[in-house]
Design a protein around this ligand. Structure first.
Ligand code: ZN
Length: 472
């Protein structure tokens, strides 16, 4: 196995996971296991290899271990041993965790950006939405270095209409210029170094392009922070030394904090437990994670999208949130002769016994939400549970006002909020009968001045944004 492949194996979410032939996989595993007990593998990293008395190893910190049952702590440390590590010589030739985004960050602070910033200020301007300043302030208090990038990623999710207006401006020209400069500055580095740069990967590269545009605009702020981003810290979860600049904007955005190392951030994004269809010794840990997430974060069984959404818990619960997200089971794409069928997400929820009475619902039957409200689908239930969890008062099935033309037979919305807003969960769009009904509801709402909030399955990951006006 080539060593660059070995490092790619965990580089970040942008690396495609294809299925290697079985024999190669076995050889890789053997080599990795052998290497773990001995010296770290010879790397193609263009620096001198540091000397280790023993191989670097991630171990749970006391504070993290206290939050986990014994089997979950064992599972996590066992999975860490078999998934490898990343290292580079850092200060005093001690090892530290590093990713390609490290270099990406170095590119950010280079003279190319400074030139692009001054040009951009002359050639382009953009009207930010009113919430941008507040978001930027909040992210600046978490990580000034990432604040501009992450704010742009958040705006993309919270305000897609605004992004559409930005997308078509001369602003994008400036972003392109910046991105190509960044690519130039990385061109001498190994291939896997370039993947974390904007447009380098298949996943989210466009987002990063636009985020980069934001950074150009706000560059003056970010440029001042290079020194603090360079300090070495210890990961709160696994004690790994790392620098804040080794965290990518996407990781900071997803995890919502900079107190975890890049390895732990990758574990949150990708998961540690992958369902290979085997009799996994970690099933109990996965079940514990699903139950904990269901009880603490969602007041009910979450959808896949909800579990993958950025973590935004209160500070005192954040560490537990991060640990449970790491241990939520994920699909494995490369499966060789599974000894059992891989479980779907719903099957995992059923195994963890978090679905409640309605777990075998089919089309046309009802599911009970956590607060007892009847819902027609898991989708409705997610929204109902979301409102329950955040203390948003909601009455199910309010009637639209009577209208001889538009509403002779008493159309109902899904919920009514305390301020009179009607909420509709649009789970079946695309069938013409359903779409016509939605159009009639919209017309009714506008005729009678009823505020209307429409939610589609694509919105599940951003419910906190949609419900922001009602969150206390
Ligand atoms: Zn860590």
């Amino acid at each position: 196995m080539s060593h660059s492949t070995e490092r790619d194996g965990r580089a970040d979410s942008e690396v495609p996971r294809s299925a290697p032939p079985r024999a190669e996989l076995d050889a890789d595993i053997k080599e990795l296991r052998a290497a773990l007990g001995l010296e770290p593998p010879v790397d193609d990293w263009p620096f001198a290899a540091p000397r280790f008395s023993e191989g670097p190893r991630r171990r749970l910190t006391e504070v993290a271990r206290l939050l986990l049952p014994d089997h979950a702590a064992e599972t996590l440390e066992r999975e860490w041993r078999t998934t490898g590590w990343w290292w580079m010589p850092g200060i005093d030739n001690e090892w530290e965790c590093s990713f390609a985004s490290d270099r990406f960050a170095a590119g950010v602070w280079g003279p190319g950006l400074r030139a692009a910033v001054s040009r951009t200020r002359k050639s382009a301007s953009v009207q930010f939405p009113p919430s941008a300043g507040e978001r930027l302030d909040r992210w600046s208090s978490i990580s000034p270095m990432h604040a501009a990038h992450v704010t742009m990623l958040e705006l993309l999710e919270a305000d897609p209409q605004w992004w559409d207006t930005v997308r078509h401006g001369d602003y994008v020209v400036a972003a392109d210029d910046w991105v190509s400069r960044l690519q130039d500055s990385l061109s001498g580095l190994p291939g896997d170094e370039r993947r974390s740069a904007p447009r380098g990967g298949s996943d989210g590269s466009n987002l990063l392009d636009y985020a980069a545009a934001g950074l150009v605009q706000l560059g003056g702020l970010a440029l001042t922070d290079a020194a603090t981003a360079d300090a070495v810290r210890q990961c709160v979860i696994c004690d790994t030394p790392y620098r804040v600049r080794a965290l990518s904007a996407h990781e900071v955005y997803t995890v919502g904090s900079t107190q975890y190392c890049p390895l732990c951030c990758a574990d949150v994004v990708q998961g540690v437990l992958h369902d290979q269809g085997a009799m996994d010794p970690w099933a109990n840990t996965a079940i514990w994670a699903i139950r904990t997430v269901s009880a603490h974060d969602f007041s009910g069984p979450p959808s896949r999208e909800q579990v993958a959404a950025p973590l935004r818990g209160p500070r005192e619960r954040h560490l537990l949130q991060v640990l449970t997200r790491m241990l939520i089971p994920r699909d494995a794409e490369a499966v060789f002769q599974p000894s059992r069928k891989q479980r779907s997400w719903t099957e995992w929820l059923a195994l963890a016994e978090v679905l409640g009475e309605g777990q075998r619902q089919s089309r046309g039957t009802w599911i009970t939400a956590t607060d007892g409200h009847l819902c027609r689908s898991m989708f409705e239930r997610h929204i109902d549970d979301f409102m329950t969890h955040y203390d948003i008062a909601h009455n199910p099935e309010p009637q639209y006002p009577y209208d001889a033309g538009l509403n002779p037979a008493g159309l109902r919305a899904d919920w009514q909020l305390a301020d009179g807003t009607f909420v509709e969960a649009l789970g079946l769009t695309g069938t013409s009968e359903y779409d016509q009904k939605v159009e009639r509801k919209k017309a009714l709402a506008s005729r009678f001045n009823v505020p209307l909030l429409l939610i589609t399955p694509a919105d599940l990951g951003r419910l906190p944004h949609l419900f922001a006006p009602w969150l206390v």
